[in-house]
Write a protein that binds this ligand. Structure first.
Ligand code: PHE
Length: 341
């Protein structure tokens, strides 16, 4: 190799690149000159064998050529792409609205899909969708919900306490949004509030420290358990696309009186299955009539108004709907799981 040879290769390569009209042919040229076993790599490999005095000059010349040819190829490749684009555009065969090839379209998380569906359902029944912060005041999360500091109900909803102007907690349920709605909106009101909640849990297939609930609150004149049952049956018909029988069992929550656990007839079987554990009933949601102390805490007169509230476990509902057997999959971020929805 000598300077004349390098110049000759430059002239030849320049001409070939300029004349190249096909992306694959351009790739071949690139391989031929710049590839691992291409012309320039061969020269560079031969440099240590040259007399020491010639090495720097020739090494630099080859590297310069390498850079120049690289740039020429990139430019030619862009020009070819542009020509192809213009050809397609002129022929009317190019659809600029198509997504670029190789880009996969994402989709909504199953929890988000279900949340939106349930929101639509309640909005069609005249509810508004409310939002509350995930870091709540101790007052909204506990005290205003009839759970004073020494109440044993705090044990089952242990959470993280944060320093603030007053005590703050990672909210343990969406029920504090009841207090926010009561203090901000004048009754009559119908509100749902979906969102993330947190508990101090030892995690396993059915317990997670972070999960999703959807709170419901209706306050009006003469609201009764009958209204509550009707709304829940409407919800279930929307979700499972058929009429679902329900039953109420007594359940204790300090912020409702009376309080219930609402069970739904298992929508997946007629004679017992693994989802209902052969009982034909699925424990679906806790609910009840709003406790007068809660109405008072929200500035609403319990002698004039009454209401019902429910706490739908969104995570649980997603699991029921898709037969998911481990709650930790929901927020695990594993694409092999998420891509199935
Ligand atoms: N907030 C309660 C919980 O998370 C559920 C609930 C909501 C119960 C509304 C009754 C009424 O356990």
């Amino acid at each position: 190799m000598n300077p004349a040879e390098i110049d000759e290769a430059r002239a030849q390569a320049q001409a070939l690149i300029a004349a190249c009209s096909e992306p694959n042919a351009l790739k071949d040229l690139e391989r031929r000159y710049l590839g691992k076993s291409g012309v320039l790599a061969g020269w560079l490999a031969g440099i240590p064998a040259l007399p020491p005095a010639e090495r720097p000059q020739l090494g630099q010349a080859v590297n310069r050529l390498k850079r120049e040819l690289g740039e020429l190829i990139v430019a030619r490749s862009a020009a070819l792409e542009k020509e192809a684009f213009e050809r397609d555009a002129a022929a009317g065969t190019f659809d600029p609205t198509l997504p670029p090839p190789g880009v996969e379209r994402g989709h909504l998380h199953p929890l988000t899909q279900l949340t939106r569906e349930v929101e639509d359902l309640f909005v069609s029944m005249g509810y508004q969708v409310a939002d509350g912060p995930e870091i709540e005041t101790d007052w909204n999360n506990f005290e205003a919900l009839n759970i004073p500091p020494d109440h044993p109900a705090r044990d089952s909803q242990d959470t993280f306490y944060l320093d603030g102007p007053g005590p703050l907690v990672l909210r343990t349920h969406t029920s504090p949004v009841q207090i926010r709605a009561l203090t901000r909106l004048a009754p009559p009101l119908r509100v749902i509030a979906p969102g993330k909640v947190f508990r101090h849990e030892a995690t396993d297939a059915s317990h997670e420290h972070t999960f999703h609930q959807l709170e419901g609150l209706v306050v009006d004149k003469h609201v009764s358990v009958a209204h509550l049952i009707h709304s829940m049956k409407t919800l279930l018909r929307g979700i499972f696309r058929k009429d679902v029988e329900v039953r109420l069992r007594p359940g204790f929550f300090p912020f409702v009186e009376p309080g219930f656990e609402l069970d739904a007839r298992c929508p997946f079987c007629t004679s017992g299955c693994s989802v209902c554990k052969q009982t034909r009933w699925i424990e679906l949601l806790p609910c009840g009539l709003v406790h007068p102390n809660v109405l008072k805490a929200g500035g609403v007169d319990p002698d004039e108004w009454s209401g019902f509230a429910f706490g739908l476990g969104l995570s649980r509902l997603v699991m029921l709907r898709y037969g998911i057997n481990d709650v930790r999959l929901l927020l695990g971020g594993d694409l092999r799981f998420l891509e199935q929805f």
